[in-house]
Design a protein around this ligand. Structure first.
Ligand code: NAP
Length: 298
């Protein structure tokens, strides 16, 4: 069997075009554009590249986009005052503080300082609680992107057995909550596995829908996948590439799933790159659009 490739790049492009259209229609009618800000502390190259991607996508969709670049030795007080200013800024509908932060800054203190109504990353405990309770709120972008791929691809989740590898606050936990929620893209029976789980291979073989978010290259092998299963690979891992694709950079990006082998067994699979990654930025725009619609009466 050869799996259907779930094209996250094309899906994300379509969502971004829908968002841009919605923004155009309302700004043409005199409404101010959606405002998205990103705070970045320090010079981590991967974080800088993510932030550039977010800014580019926001601008292309017609958003007012702001980036606050703070040096790596920024004090706690300076960072908190930047956050307070964003909380008070009427032109900003949503913002995030790019993680990871330098060691001297407390991630939880920063997350909890963000106004939950502008928390487009969905990491504030109030939004985590809303998700757990099945109430409306911001859903973290990566799991929301995975759910969107399932919904738009017509992959039924109701009554299916879903296995999520990973229990991070960023991906695994919210993913499991979404799949188990009542409603479209939910109603699955969900099993969550992590580094202390027992027989992971056996658990994975039970999955009609397998979502891997652990950060281990080629961890999920073909013998771990039920024939016909839908496999969503969230992992992004750098592996050495002395020759072939990526050799000019010295590395290439792979997921958690052994793509070539698993695509012979699965019914559908996301590639890496080009699967979940582009959906994360699209969902950041979607979360900001939702906030803007609420704040401007759309
Ligand atoms: P994380 O915070 O490091 O969490 C990893 C999770 O995987 C933990 O729950 C850990 O278990 C579990 N785990 C690690 N090794 C395992 C093993 N050998 N067997 C079973 N479980 C194992 O990572 P994350 O932030 O959730 O990210 C996960 C992956 O997704 C990374 O590759 C990251 O780069 C990628 N990611 C991609 C996107 C995207 O846009 N595509 C967005 C975010 C993250 P314990 O809890 O027991 O430690």
């Amino acid at each position: 069997m050869s799996a259907t490739i779930i094209d996250g790049k094309a899906t994300a492009r379509a969502i971004r075009a829908e968002i841009a259209e919605r923004v155009r229609a309302r700004t043409d009618a005199g409404v101010r554009p959606p405002g998205l800000a990103v705070v970045i502390v320090g010079e981590d190259p991967a974080s800088q590249s993510y932030v550039r991607g977010k800014r580019k996508a926001a601008t292309a969709a017609g958003f007012h986009s702001v980036v606050h670049e703070l040096p790596g030795d920024t004090s706690r007080e300076k960072l908190l005052s930047t956050i307070d200013a964003l909380n008070d800024d009427p032109a900003i509908d949503g913002y995030l503080c790019q993680l990871p932060l330098p060691d001297h800054l407390d991630k939880q203190e920063v997350i909890q300082r963000i106004d939950p109504e502008k928390d487009v990353d969905g990491f504030h405990p109030i939004n985590v609680g809303r998700l757990a309770a099945g109430l409306p709120g911001f859903i973290p972008c990566t799991p929301r992107g995975c759910r969107e791929l399932l919904l738009r691809g017509g992959f039924e989740t109701e009554g299916r057995h879903a296995v999520v590898l990973g229990r991070s606050n960023l991906v695994g936990r919210p993913m499991a909550m979404l799949l188990g929620q009542k409603g479209p893209g939910g109603n699955a029976t969900v099993e969550v596995c992590h580094s202390r789980s027992g027989d992971l291979a056996e658990a994975c073989r039970r999955a009609d829908i397998l979502i891997s978010a652990i950060g281990r290259p080629d961890f999920v092998t073909a013998d771990m996948v039920k024939p016909g299963a839908t496999v969503i690979d969230v992992g992004i891992n750098r592996v050495d590439a002395p020759q072939g694709p990526g050799s000019e950079k010295g590395y290439r990006l792979v997921g958690d799933v052994d793509f070539d082998a698993v695509s012979q067994v699965a019914g559908a699979i996301t590639p890496v790159p080009g699967g979940v990654g582009p959906m994360t930025i699209a969902m950041l725009l979607q979360n900001t659009l939702d906030a803007w619609e609420r704040r401007t009466g759309g």
